[in-house]
Design a protein around this ligand. Structure first.
Ligand code: ZN
Length: 203
């Protein structure tokens, strides 16, 4: 199983981190060991002092494919949820400053959190999905799939130029504006529309 993540997929988030708006999808990956197992507790890693949440829509690949046309892309995807792409921002800034790869900031054990899966059949309009993140009962991020720079179909098509997509692979589709820090003791809760799909306590 592979975890693909899209960087800078919302204009307002690219701007808040002083990044350029990309002209094609920015792709990075997390290994399978990055996924927090179901019901496991999340522990603040000792190697960072600037742990950020990034709330994102996450899609699950349902069959193997390569060089998938955007018009066929939805045939390869069966479920959606929300996830958190945890980022050690201090480490990422150091690596970005030197032009080095991001893995130590993004791909560490348990840096990928996913919520309860919802069938794609239940999504009426893929271009208008509202999602949000609360920290300690206060809303900190609000996104809508219609604001993605690259939509799901284009993301799947682009990834599959370079990588075989396999059943069970996950795609984190980028975070909207409002990323920020978490501390030990914080509670995170994330929704698609009015459905609470993910809750996590930082330990
Ligand atoms: Zn992200």
């Amino acid at each position: 199983m592979k975890i693909f993540c899209i960087g800078r997929n919302y204009v307002a988030h690219a701007i808040e981190l002083n990044n350029e708006i990309p002209d094609e999808p920015v792709i990075f990956m997390k290994p399978e060991s990055a996924l927090l197992p179901p019901n496991a507790s999340f522990h603040y890693p000792e190697f960072t002092n600037d742990l950020h949440y990034e709330c994102e829509l996450v899609f699950r690949i349902s069959k193997n494919g390569k060089n998938i046309a955007a018009t066929d892309a939805l045939l390869y995807c069966d479920a959606i949820t929300v996830g958190i792409d945890f980022t050690a921002r201090d480490i990422q800034n150091k690596l970005k400053g030197k032009g080095l790869p991001w893995e130590k900031a993004k791909a560490w054990d348990h840096s990928a959190i996913i919520g309860t899966w919802v069938s794609m059949n239940e999504i009426k309009n893929l271009k208008d999905i509202n999602f949000c993140l609360y920290k300690n009962k206060e809303i900190v991020q609000q996104g809508n799939s219609g604001l993605m720079i690259n939509d799901l179909e284009n993301i799947i098509a682009h990834i599959s130029i370079y990588f075989s997509l396999c059943e069970g692979d996950l795609i984190f589709t980028g975070t909207p504006a409002g990323v920020g820090v978490v501390s030990v003791g914080d509670d995170l809760e994330s929704f698609i529309e009015n459905d609470s799909l993910l809750s996590l306590n930082i330990q």
